[in-house]
Design a protein around this ligand. Sequence first.
Ligand code: SF4
Length: 343
Amino acid sequence: MLSTPLLEWYDRHRRRLPWRGEGNATPDPYRVWLSEIMLQQTVAAAVIPYFERFTALFPNVQSLAAAPDAQIMAAWAGLGYYARARNLLACARAVSSLGAFPRTPAELVKLPGIGPYTANAIAAIAFGVPVIPVDGNVERVVSRLFAIETPLPRSRPEIAARAAALIHPTRASDLAQALFDLGATICTPTSPACVLCPLRTHCAAHAQGIMTSLPRKEPKKPRPTRYGVHFHLTDAEDRLLLRTRPQSGLLGGMTELPGPAWRDRPWSEAEALTEAPQRAPWRLLGQIEHDITHFHLKIDVYAAQLATIQAEGFLRPSHALDAEALPSVMRKCVKMAGKMTTA
Ligand code: SF4
């Protein structure tokens, strides 16, 4: 069975990660779910401190469900892809009212923020359901193992069908995690360590010497650029004017510096200043750049100080911004004004 050498390797070399059970303990569904949501589009090393902070603040799904939205958004700030945090909260509340996480992919996928991959991951890892969650690591391993040359994303159905050959009837949880670990540590994107790989003798890409050319990918469309203007306004007590973005849409519910909606052409200074929250001696500090899910963003940051602020929004002391739900892009803007040390 193809999974046997992989599981033997996993038993010796499994990564220790905070969301995994110790030894042979079955992982806690809450910790599996939380880690899978955090790991979407984010590498494990970046997730670990957030995961540890979240599980210290909210040790189970009930405590997360009972937490105020603002506390969760603030704990999430910096991890990006904020729709995940909103769905996280909605899902925690749904699971809390159900009493426990459902156990099958068909039931899990009905919960907010849980797509087919995450449903399979929770079902396999936390409940031992014999399914393979196919993430980027598994796509790479399976494409190479079976020398699948059709480019992604067209190859996904074939990859899913081939991955099924790896299913182990009684060790679904370990098998899923073994594939993740193999992809993360041995079958890496640019320099797979085939000499250390437990699947080497079964691997078609290795036999043909085409490992590093797989998986093939359709050429990416260039990422468009959008342009923004944000205003850093403080009062005589060094309190900063902030506001909350609308709940729906990009960065929904997060905190931001005031500014107009981002658009697809640059702003002249005269245009930008018509959007200022209040008349003030504005000066252009410079421009920050940031990649958001589907586009590149260039933001001109203007700053001013006034004795009092009358504009709409709320004021926060400049020295206490770390607790605010400021997404990374806004942290960069504030940092440009010299008010934050971390972005
Ligand atoms: S032999 Fe090499 S290419 Fe094949 S699965 Fe192992 S690490 Fe990946």
